[in-house]
Design a protein around this ligand. Structure first.
Ligand code: GDP
Length: 304
């Protein structure tokens, strides 16, 4: 087990109390500890480099005030920077001014999109919205059925291109773009105020999948495109996030499987390289394991 960053810094600073300004050597010793803590939390290497560079710069210029000892002062700087990268304030869904709010989900297969679709629908319904789910993931054999099960549990309709579904869309069954568009049209006609569109992922970033996601985005013009990423993904987080950002220009990030051992490095990596805010956290397999993302809480988790 690792000690928390605060403990490590306190140890580094044991002999420094009372100094008015931190020397370059003091700061470098601290920055080494911060680098180690971030790598332990599985933050991507280039992100760690950039982040520690900024901490070094700010710490060198910092006056050690009476109220805080040097280690507290630097932890405060690190915390502020982490919160800033993670999106600052918790970012809410941007609701459409007229017509339904369209939310598209994108991400690798297994990231947790279908599960999230149900969680989001249930959460929105509890707030008085009337959401529907659209099954535009036609890649994975069971994806449509899985979304229907999730929809049933959440108590929301599912629009899908198969007979026997809650609402059988009259569109070509093999065409995810037509399904997405048809689902949004149907929701509009039935006066639903939120449409959540589940899309296909692959195990790795794939040109065909990205092209499909891009075409769906163009067809439905969503208010939000949420990129769902498994928080256990580790060092692959950066490449995956950049590929999806380039492909579908997502508007927010959802971290899934935050109930596992991950210390949240993926959150920092993805938010840092894309500049997009983390909006939600998915914390288990039940539909209620879902929360608004709080940058300050995640900063503490990364530093712990
Ligand atoms: P998709 O391929 O992106 O649609 O991913 P799924 O929603 O099918 O999720 C893949 C697997 O991860 C399923 O077994 C889910 O039950 C599980 N899962 C999804 N979200 C979470 C989460 O927040 N925590 C945990 N522990 N498991 C999750």
């Amino acid at each position: 087990m690792f000690n928390s960053l605060s403990d490590r810094l306190t140890a580094t600073f044991k002999n420094l109390r009372g100094k008015g300004r931190l020397s370059e050597a003091d700061v470098d010793a601290t920055v080494r500890e911060i680098r180690r803590a971030l790598l332990d939390a599985d933050v991507a290497v280039p992100v760690v480099r950039e982040f520690t560079g900024r901490i070094r710069e700010r710490s060198l210029g910092a006056e050690v005030s009476g109220a805080l000892n040097p280690s507290q002062q630097i932890v405060k700087i690190v915390n502020e920077e982490l919160v800033e990268i993670l999106g600052g304030e918790t970012r809410r869904i941007r609701l459409a001014k007229t017509g339904p709010t369209i939310i598209m989900l994108a991400g690798l297969q297994g990231a947790g999109k279908t599960t999230l679709a149900g969680k989001l629908a249930k959460w929105l319904k509890a707030q008085g919205h009337s959401p529907v789910l659209v099954a535009a993931d036609l890649q994975r054999p069971n994806a449509v059925t899985q979304l229907q099960i999730v929809g049933e549990r959440a108590g929301v309709p599912v629009y899908a291109p198969h007979p026997g579904t809650t609402v059988d869309l009259d569109v070509p069954a093999g065409d995810p773009v037509a399904v997405a568009r048809g689902g949004v049209d149907e929701a509009r006609q039935k006066l639903h105020d939120v449409v959540i569109v589940d899309t296909a992922g692959r195990l790795g970033v794939d040109a065909g999948m990205m092209d499909q996601a891009r075409r769906i985005r163009q067809a439905i013009i969503p208010n939000e495109v949420l990129f769902v990423i498994d928080s256990m993904i580790g060092q692959d987080a950066v490449n995956t996030a950049m590929a999806f950002d380039e492909g579908v220009n997502f508007t927010g990030i959802v971290l899934s499987k935050l109930d596992g051992d991950a210390r949240g490095g993926a959150a920092l990596s993805v938010a840092s390289v894309t500049g997009k805010p983390v909006m939600f956290a998915s914390t288990g397999e039940s539909l209620d394991d879902f929360e608004l993302f709080h940058p300050d809480r995640m900063a503490s988790r990364i530093l712990d």
